[in-house]
Write a protein that binds this ligand. Structure first.
Ligand code: FAD
Length: 659
């Protein structure tokens, strides 16, 4: 039975946090709340909805502009129900007879992320400007993970990335990926030189927040020595002083000083190769506990340090990866920074830094997606440069227009992709998709699946069994990028921090948006101005294998309401930054939860995955062309990077063209 006293406390705490405030979290699209409009416009919800939108399709309606929507974004309500219904096997029993659109294409691309958009670009390059291409995506916006969030606190435009952050890669971009960027007008080294860094934050540092539930006492400790990553995280030499201010036990403090500053070789006498092999088969947590012999109290302090890059904690990330990423504890072990077996894709690039690129557009790599669309669909956006795309307003009404040879159809989930006749000899494929509670079909000379591997066996059951098994192997990494628009950032200035690590809290970090001035876009410069704040949540479950954690996190994210996120955001910001004067009820203008239940592509993890022979990894088997159907997307590379998505798009197009 509900406890009335407890309910009163919750209600009064909610009021304190501002849960009753009218922030821009309830989304409006053409005057109708998105919860309804989004569902009407974008999803197949058999039997649930009777009404129809007045516009022919949502994306053609005047004012349709999803980047400004706040609240639950990423995998937003309306985006995934159709696919889940296909997965659960109850879609077809409720679906009516497909309507034949009569449309024919040279290519249908399933998935309007960077991989699908790049594939369309490469295909058109080969097949010519009149090639007819249809791109289908289940979301209300294009870009896949490369999504843009727009806010207007106090009328001022603030942009950020809803997913993909930067042009970066552990390895140099391939000729094709680099060539694509060049053709679009993106020159990352030049852009980086001209537009990097927000000088307004130059003198702000980092801190840790110790929450009561995890550490016994609630405390923000600023002035953390070194960064969280990079060579400096191991040095700094001021850990003793810093730790003395924390609520950590003396034993934990001593262990952390040893981990951060010690120079012991914990595997003395063992050859390099053996040390690395051992480190690749143990987690960083086990390394700290069993090799460094650190006090167990240090684990909560380090647990979430891998969340941003891996979406899982140190219990599931190999120690060798952590060494490659300059985590502390290895400085006395004499490991040479050469590539070695047993590193994940991310870490392999980090041992011999050869990254040529690191550039962050204010909306992340959504700018790449927007430039691709601008190039593919005439009239979809004004301008022609990497600078003017930043503030360009896309015309969504142009995306699926009959007078363009390339069309992008949003809110459309592919539910079946099948050859017309036998796969070995077929010349055409039929692609069926669900939209506005109906099923439609189009015909094409080929289909390119730039969606997620996990989806493909359901929409393409005619694939060979071995390939379907391989497609199901990787489990994408769930992750949340919550973005909060604040009316000012005085609290950060007062406390002297731009980033706070919160190892035990709902979101494991809080960061001021790393925005830059570019083109007509002006980032926040003064603490009195509005700003965007990023909060990261990895819904992982320590103790399980990486794949099991990812599966559990996926369900957890889909079951968590926006209200729960909002309450946690308000509570956390108030507790962490309240001593600097932040009042969540007063200072929060808008909240967007970029929820990615299918986030990073699965990267092979030596703690659980076998050491497959070259060319025999599940992703190698999964991406084989099957008749007139080719497979792209970053899952096909088992690597969560933009350039990999582009490379896979290129490969898949070559396969189709040569078949
Ligand atoms: C939070 C986050 C941050 C990242 N940060 C970076 C970074 O800083 N730098 C970097 O290089 N990389 C980064 N990545 C990785 C990078 O974003 C991806 O590798 C890349 O964008 C993937 O592109 P994609 O087209 O392969 O897949 P996606 O972007 O996932 O696009 C695939 C699209 O297909 C759609 N789809 C799926 N099934 C269907 C269906 N049945 N019908 C229609 N459509 C369907 C999906 O909904 C999606 O929109 C990040 C990824 C995430 C999740």
């Amino acid at each position: 039975m509900a406890n009335p006293e407890h309910e009163d406390v919750t209600r009064s705490r909610d009021r304190e946090l501002g849960m009753d405030r009218n922030i821009t979290r309830r989304d409006f699209l053409n005057g109708v709340t998105i919860g309804v409009a989004g569902a009407l416009a974008s999803t197949w919800l058999p039997g649930m909805l009777a009404a129809q939108t007045s516009a022919p399709t949502a994306q053609d309606a005047p004012g349709y502009y999803p980047p400004t929507l706040t609240g639950m974004r990423g995998s937003h309500p309306g985006a995934f129900e159709t696919a889940h219904s296909v997965r659960d096997g109850n879609f077809w029993e409720k679906a009516g007879k497909p309507t034949d659109t009569g449309e024919t294409y040279d290519l249908v691309v399933v998935g309007g992320g960077i991989s699908g958009l790049a594939a369309a670009y490469f295909f058109r390059e080969h097949a010519g400007p009149s090639a007819r291409i249809l791109i289908l995506d289940n979301h209300d916006d294009f870009g896949g993970h490369a999504k843009r969030n727009e806010f207007r606190p106090g009328g001022r435009l603030l942009l950020t990335n809803g997913g993909t952050v930067s042009i970066e890669s552990p390895f140099p971009y391939s000729k094709e990926a680099r060539g694509l960027l060049t053709e679009l007008g993106i020159d990352p080294p030049v852009l980086e030189k001209k537009y990097s860094g927000n000088v307004a934050f130059r003198d702000l540092g980092s801190g840790y927040f110790f929450d009561k539930d995890t550490f016994g006492t609630e405390r923000l400790v600023t002035g953390a020595p070194g960064g969280f990553f990079g060579p400096q995280s191991a040095s700094g030499k001021k850990w003793g002083q810093f730790l003395a201010k924390t609520p950590l036990s003396t034993n934990a403090q001593e262990s952390i000083v040893r981990i951060q500053e010690g120079t012991a070789d914990y595997m003395q006498g063992a050859p390099q190769a053996e040390k690395k092999a051992r480190l690749s088969r143990m987690s960083y947590k086990d390394f700290l506990l069993n090799v460094v012999k650190a006090h167990p109290d240090v684990i909560p302090f380090y647990q979430s340090r891998t969340h941003g890059l891996y979406g899982i904690g140190i219990d599931a990330v190999p120690a060798l990866d952590c060494w490659a990423l300059y985590f502390p504890g290895f400085q006395g072990m004499g490991l040479d920074r050469t590539p070695s077996k047993g590193l994940t894709f991310t870490a392999l690039g980090a041992v011999t830094p050869q990254e040529e690129y690191h550039f962050h557009f204010p909306d992340g790599n959504a700018s790449i997606a927007r430039m691709l669309v601008r190039s593919l669909v005439p009239g979809s956006a004004p301008g022609s440069t990497a600078e003017d795309i930043v503030t360009a307003r896309m015309d969504y009404g142009r995306l699926d227009h009959g007078d363009s040879s390339v069309r992008i159809r949003l809110n459309s989930t592919a539910v079946a992709v099948r050859h017309v006749g036998d796969a070995a000899s077929a010349k055409e494929v039929d692609v069926l998709y669900g939209r506005d509670q109906k099923v439609y079909s189009v015909r094409a000379k080929g289909a390119l699946l730039a969606c997620w591997n996990t989806v493909i066996p359901y929409i393409c059951p005619e694939l060979p069994e071995e390939q379907k098994k391989a497609l199901r192997y990787g489990v994408k990494v769930p992750l949340v990028y919550t973005v909060v628009a604040l009316r000012n950032w005085n609290a950060f200035r007062k406390l002297g921090v731009r980033s706070v690590s919160c190892p035990g809290m709902y979101h494991s970090s809080i960061n001021l948006d790393q925005s830059v001035n570019i083109g007509d876009y002006k980032s926040s410069q003064s603490p009195d101005e509005p700003i965007l704040v990023h909060m990261l949540r990895a819904p992982c479950q320590p103790g399980l294998s990486a794949r099991e954690q990812q599966r559990a996190g996926h369900y957890d994210l889909l079951a968590t309401s926006f209200e729960t996120f909002e309450r946690n955001v308000r509570d956390q910001l108030g507790r962490v930054l309240g001593s600097g004067g932040l009042d969540p009820a007063r200072d929060i203008d808008a909240i967007t939860v970029n929820r990615w239940p299918h986030g990073y592509a699965y990267e092979y993890n030596p703690l659980w995955d076998p050491d497959w022979p070259e060319g025999k990894r599940p992703c190698d088997i999964a991406r084989q062309r099957f008749g007139r159907i080719a497979i792209a997307n970053s899952d096909a590379a088992a690597a969560a990077y933009t350039d990999q998505a582009i490379d896979q798009g290129y490969r898949a197009v070559q396969e189709l063209l040569s078949s």
